[in-house]
Unconditional design. Sequence first.
Length: 190
Amino acid sequence: MDTLPPIETVAIALLSQDPANVRRHSLRNIQAIKASLQRFGQQKPIVIDAAHVVRAGNGTLEAARQLGWTHLQVIRTVLTGADAVAYAIADNRTAELAAWDADALAQQVRSLDGPLQQAAGFADGELDELLARLNTADAAAGDLSSVESATEAPLHDVYEIAVECKSEADQQQLFTRLQAEGRVCRVLTL
């Protein structure tokens, strides 16, 4: 069995963001990470390379810096070059490919008090907005199982694009139009 590298505690001053990071962290995203760190502490290490460049956890590093933290727990990867780049992309992409179970999410988030909802990443009204988007996607698709089966197709049969919309209304219009054209669509909010 493979062994994991040891978890180390490293000074934040020694760490640097991945200059080639393809994932962007909005102010809202950083606020959510900060709320989680404040409430729960660091529950998983970030991944760095030998040069102290963050390969997974750039948002966590930024949030910790804004909180005034001086150290983070890290795992040091041995990946280099194209393997390190591909891992950094995979770390984000694999999470993006997951889908919410809307009913279970609603039940669990609503069972939390306000501060815990915030620490879980949901500011006032955001749960209802997410559920509305999920319900709209369900209605437009007719049935989520068809969307899920399309996303589970072999990778060589799936060709995807991401389109940046001006607003939620613009996103909804485009989604509806593409669905009407017979395209399999998923709503992503980054």
